[in-house]
Design a protein around this ligand. Structure first.
Ligand code: 5GP
Length: 193
């Protein structure tokens, strides 16, 4: 997605260890106009997949997932990384190792928000090794819901996430695909949509 790539080129910062910082428009401060366009693009790609829920993980997946859900006319559900006191009903849970925080956390969604009747579009801000997406897929599997596809805002194609998800037979659509972050420079490869 041309606009997203230009924004990464302008405002993205390469940190060491293969990490891209996009905190001025995605992961901390959020650009609503760009996020709306990103959500609309995901909705366009998956418009014929009979999506009934858009599922993401807090916090940075919420903005693109919400706009996609709004355009598709379905609810958005986000997995929580810590258990809230008000979550007293039955939970779907899985473990996710965080690439950026280097800790394992238990993620959860209330069972009442996902069922075997659901066709799910999973959305996240980044795809690195695929652990966050895998955790969300496991929650869907526990509910008996069908995962129709994965929408990723920024894919780091030099890591293993896409391969892991495609091996599971899933359609992965990334709006920006990064080939390399070497020498402090962002190199792109052709994106999916
Ligand atoms: P994965 O689970 O695919 O290994 O990593 C995806 C998750 O880690 C995303 O939800 C995102 O929060 C975080 N992440 C992975 N790589 C980066 C990165 O380069 N920059 C930022 N800001 N977050 C990342």
């Amino acid at each position: 997605m041309r606009e997203l790539i230009e924004r990464i080129e302008k405002d993205g910062r390469v940190l060491g260890e293969g990490v891209l910082k996009v905190d001025s428009f995605v992961t901390h401060q959020v650009d609503p106009e760009l996020m709306e366009k990103i959500g609309e693009r995901f909705a366009e790609v998956f418009k014929d997949a009979n999506i009934t829920k858009v599922v993401t993980i807090e916090a940075s997946g919420i903005a693109p997932a919400l706009y996609a859900a709004q355009t598709l006319g379905v609810p958005m559900v986000f997995a929580r990384k810590s258990k809230s006191l008000t979550m007293n009903e039955e939970l779907l849970t899985s473990s996710v190792y965080s690439f950026t925080k280097q800790v394992t956390s238990t993620i959860s969604i209330s069972r009442k928000f996902l069922s075997e009747k659901d066709n799910v579009l999973i959305i996240d801000d980044f795809l690195a090794n695929g652990q966050a997406a895998k955790g969300l897929i496991e929650l869907c599997q526990q509910a008996g819901a069908k995962v129709e596809g994965i929408g990723i805002v920024i894919e780091k194609s030099f890591q293993d996430g896409r391969e892991l998800l495609e091996e599971m037979g899933l359609k992965v659509v990334s709006l920006a695909r990064i080939a390399s972050l070497s020498n402090g420079k962002v190199e792109f490869i052709e994106e999916d949509a």
